[in-house]
Write a protein that binds this ligand. Structure first.
Ligand code: ARG
Ligand code: ZN
Ligand code: CA
Length: 243
């Protein structure tokens, strides 16, 4: 993982309406956001508070658009049962998922912005689903989730990151340099937001793996970077990517 190797990205667009058939430019804008956020090139990176300056990280993984697949559908929403990933169910099978990151842009429904498969799962369903309205920058993007950070958050999961609150009250994200959070944070919390968990640390609400607005998240930590890098090494669940 050195920032020079690029992950090929296949984008699968499923649309019922013309608006859901997002443009090539809209798709590229999501790739651009991923490249910024995973390489500490995001313009808000320098907004990270001094308290976390020592652990904020340049992950050093890049993404390149490999292919766009488009398919019209009669479905108004897809839910979260992976039907969009199956040609036989009206969706689109992933393209060579062991060596390419597959994204699906479709209407999910139920207020879900996106969801991802962690490393180690079935390759037939591997990849990240992002609701059309939150895919990339503005355009059809919907505030306060219109800065492409749903993609950043979900690709974080795809690279083995857990939610920063560990999906439990004062739970663990299995990363030691991120503070313990009480629970998910929303909106753009005022800094400092104190946890009531053991040690009452200041919460890292600006981490991509919290649930804040897109404008409120702008860093990964070194521990998260190391956890992501570990999946790509020989013997790791995504070693085939060869980064
Ligand atoms: N899995 C989360 C959801 O569907 C995504 C949260 C993304 N957060 C964001 N600011 N874009 O709710
Ligand atoms: Zn999540
Ligand atoms: Ca932690």
């Amino acid at each position: 993982v050195n920032g020079k190797v690029q992950i090929p990205v296949v984008v699968n667009v499923l649309y019922k309406t013309a608006a859901e058939n997002i443009s090539d430019a809209q798709i590229q804008s999501q790739i651009d956001v991923l490249n910024k956020d995973f390489n500490a090139l995001n313009s808000d990176y320098n907004s990270v508070p001094a308290l976390f300056a020592g652990v904020k990280a340049n992950v050093g993984i890049s993404f390149v658009l490999d292919k766009i697949n488009r398919k019209s559908t009669t479905k108004t929403s897809w839910g979260t049962n992976d039907a969009m990933k199956k040609t036989a169910q009206g969706g689109l099978n992933p393209t060579t998922p062991t060596t390419k990151l597959n994204l699906w842009a479709c209407k999910i429904g139920g207020g879900i912005l996106g969801y991802a498969q962690f490393p180690g799962g079935s390759s037939a369903t591997d990849g990240v689903v992002i609701d059309t309205k939150y895919f990339g920058l503005s355009g059809s993007g919907s505030a306060p989730y219109n800065l492409g950070r749903t993609g950043t958050h979900e690709v974080g999961h795809w690279m083995n990151l857990r939610h920063i609150w560990g999906d439990a009250n004062c739970g663990s994200d299995l990363v030691s340099d991120t503070p313990t959070h009480n629970t998910a944070n929303y909106g753009v919390p005022a800094y400092p937001h104190l946890s009531t968990c053991s040690g009452t640390p200041v919460e890292m609400t600006m981490n991509y793996m919290d649930y804040t607005d897109d404008a409120g998240m702008y860093m990964f930590s070194t521990g998260q970077k190391n956890r992501m890098a570990a999946i790509f090494v020989t013997g790791g669940p995504r070693a085939a990517f060869g980064i």
